[in-house]
Design a protein around this ligand. Structure first.
Ligand SMILES: *[C@@H]1O[C@H](CO)[C@@H](O)[C@H](O)[C@H]1NC(C)=O
Ligand SMILES: *[C@@H]1O[C@H](CO)[C@@H](O)[C@H](O)[C@H]1NC(C)=O
Ligand SMILES: *[C@@H]1O[C@H](CO)[C@@H](O)[C@H](O)[C@H]1NC(C)=O
Ligand SMILES: *[C@@H]1O[C@H](CO)[C@@H](O)[C@H](O)[C@H]1NC(C)=O
Ligand SMILES: *[C@@H]1O[C@H](CO)[C@@H](O)[C@H](O)[C@H]1NC(C)=O
Ligand SMILES: *[C@@H]1O[C@H](CO)[C@@H](O)[C@H](O)[C@H]1NC(C)=O
Ligand SMILES: *[C@@H]1O[C@H](CO)[C@@H](O)[C@H](O)[C@H]1NC(C)=O
Ligand SMILES: *[C@@H]1O[C@H](CO)[C@@H](O)[C@H](O)[C@H]1NC(C)=O
Ligand SMILES: *[C@@H]1O[C@H](CO)[C@@H](O)[C@H](O)[C@H]1NC(C)=O
Ligand SMILES: *[C@@H]1O[C@H](CO)[C@@H](O)[C@H](O)[C@H]1NC(C)=O
Length: 475
């Protein structure tokens, strides 16, 4: 049966008839009344349903829903949920139009399904609404706008669509705060298995553009994120208020791959949060922000965190015209003693990161090309008293073939903690050039790095590097 229409029922027809029959005084009143009646089942033609669509990719017959946009900034989220209910198990949900308005948080379930997006899911900008209706993400008390669960599904942005977070209002709102409460993430892959997100873009994300949480076997391929501030005032801050616009974060997830990713923004391009294992990134370009981050990690006292089995190759890092490249490859763990609490305080977690390879990295004008920071806290406290306390261990980490330029004197700034020295690190063909040469003694700074054996860190030998007891320097 071709193109069966989802019918909302006779109730609607009679309701409509009722409205039309009225001799209403003003067209305006009629319209608003119509609008109230018409929401959203009143537009049954917006979802067409085909029970036996021949999927050219699989050569099988499957359910197919096509969802049209309502237009005029009217909320499409209920219709999307309806289409997912109809076709989200075993079917294809096609969104052919240029712009769908999403005015409500979405938590959808897909199984053997394709979400085929040809335009933008455009999120509304009512900040108090989104804060009040946030989907809760316990890590750092954060918030989500759009969650997808399930298994064996594909999210296809068809190379020209995806999510428009309309994040400018959030950038303005959060101008002076990291992790400002209630800012929701654009896309979360949650409790999912066997997922492909492809040819997909996220522009103007409200907060982190994407999160993979509690999931396994997730592939992002041909993935584009761009957070740019269009508020001229924001240039007063060299970050342009773009903090927390991460490209993609992994949390409690196994086997996540990023292939051909381009990020522009003001924060982490990719970040591996607690319990990220078997993470692969290939051909990733990061423009502006804090680079490829391992962490932050060990923020929660007494909680064990792990980052393990990571392979990355062909990473390219640049500053953007509105945000410097602060870090290149950045390993960051919290102080070993809890001070304050999350989101921006904490510490005292433990655990380890190991079996990490990062190779073929090119950087241009990055302030800190390679950094290990183990005394992280975002509180305004004197960190020096906690410098050596970290309980999180960084080992079996291999960096190879790094070329390009730093912006300052520092190239490699390994500030490992006395309590958990870094060991079994190898550097091979690290050929970065500093941007400044007035302090050559700090181009390699290596605190609490175990040398010898196969560590290969010649530059970290005391005769070649500086031991800084005061880790606060920033030249
Ligand atoms: C898309 O929808 C959003 C939200 O309704 C609206 O603000 C925006 O102007 C629309 N964009 C286009 C290109 O129509
Ligand atoms: C999250 O932050 C909000 C706003 O500060 C606060 O009201 C709430 O108690 C926090 N929740 C948790 C679990 O910390
Ligand atoms: C993305 O789209 C391009 C152009 O249509 C296509 O060549 C490429 O294979 C697509 N990528 C994926 C992962 O499907
Ligand atoms: C990881 O996920 C990919 C799909 O993205 C799959 O092909 C591969 O077999 C998985 N690897 C492991 C070790 O599970
Ligand atoms: C990101 O968007 C801005 C503004 O549209 C644009 O100037 C910039 O080139 C984009 N960045 C990338 C990497 O595409
Ligand atoms: C790397 O990614 C970029 C951006 O997605 C793409 O244009 C390019 O073809 C990719 N290179 C390879 C070797 O796949
Ligand atoms: C990470 O995994 C370890 C070992 O399975 C577990 O003990 C710990 O609770 C996990 N931590 C988080 C934050 O999920
Ligand atoms: C190290 O991690 C890589 C993936 O990044 C994996 O293929 C390899 O098996 C791991 N090695 C060990 C000894 O587990
Ligand atoms: C080093 O990495 C660059 C990319 O940054 C790549 O073009 C080059 O082939 C790599 N060199 C070797 C010897 O693999
Ligand atoms: C100091 O670094 C140079 C250049 O990498 C290396 O040849 C030399 O062996 C290092 N010195 C020591 C004592 O490791």
């Amino acid at each position: 049966m071709w193109s069966k229409i989802l019918v909302a029922g006779t109730l609607l027809t009679s309701a409509l008839a009722g409205v039309i029959d009225l001799t209403v005084p003003s067209a305006g009143e009629l319209l608003s009344e119509l609008d109230a009646v018409l929401h959203p089942q009143s537009e049954p033609h917006l979802i067409s349903y085909n029970e036996n669509y021949l999927d050219p990719e699989t050569q099988t017959n499957r359910k197919h829903c096509t969802l049209r946009a309502r237009g005029d900034e009217k909320d499409d989220s209920d219709n999307l949920v309806t289409a997912v209910k109809k076709c989200g198990k075993g079917g294809i949900i096609k969104l052919p139009d240029a712009n769908y308005t999403i005015g409500k948080p979405l938590d959808i379930y897909l199984e053997n399904a394709v979400l085929d997006i040809h335009g933008w899911l455009s999120f509304t900008t009512d900040i108090p609404y989104w804060i009040e209706h946030r989907i809760y993400f316990p890590f750092q008390n954060q918030s989500l706008a759009f969650v997808i669960r399930g298994h064996d599904y594909v999210i296809n942005g068809n190379d020209k669509g995806g999510i428009d977070g309309n994040g400018q209002v959030w950038y303005d709102y959060a101008k002076d705060f990291g992790n400002k409460y209630g800012r929701p993430m654009s896309l979360t892959i949650k409790d999912s298995k066997n997922v492909v997100v492809k040819n997909f873009s996220i522009i103007q994300p409200q907060f982190w553009a994407s999160l993979v949480w509690g999931s396994e076997n997730v592939l992002f391929k041909d993935f584009y994120v761009n957070a740019t501030s269009f508020n001229p005032e924001s240039s007063s801050d060299e970050k342009n208020w773009l903090q927390n616009t991460d490209g993609s974060d992994t949390y409690q997830s196994y086997n996540v791959t990023y292939e051909n990713m381009v990020y522009q923004g003001g924060d982490d391009c990719i970040a591996l949060k607690p319990n990220s294992t078997l993470i692969v990134a290939k051909n990733v370009t990061c423009v502006g922000g804090t680079g490829i981050a391992f962490g932050s990690i060990a923020q929660y006292p007494g909680v064990k965190d792990i980052i393990e089995d990571v392979y990355m190759e062909n990473l390219n890092l640049y500053p953007s015209d509105q945000c410097p490249g602060y870090q290149g490859v950045y390993f960051k763990s919290w102080i070993g003693v809890p001070v304050g609490h999350e989101p921006n305080g904490g510490g005292g977690g433990y655990g380890y990161a190991r079996n990490i390879t990062v190779k073929d990295v090119y950087m241009e004008d990055i302030w800190h090309p390679v950094v290990v920071q183990t005394d992280l806290t975002y509180l305004d406290i004197d960190r020096s008293q906690y410098t050596d306390t970290s309980l999180f261990e960084w080992s079996d980490i291999h960096l190879k073939n790094f070329t390009g330029t730093g912006l300052g004197n520092r190239l490699v700034w390994m500030n490992c903690a006395k309590a958990t020295p870094c060991f079994d690190w190898t550097f091979e063909d690290i050929d970065l050039k500093p941007g400044k040469t007035d302090h050559p003694e700090i181009s390699y700074t290596c605190n609490n790095v175990v040398l010898g054996g196969k560590d290969g860190l010649n530059q970290c030998h005391p005769s070649n590097s500086t031991l800084e007891t005061n880790a606060g320097g920033s030249i």
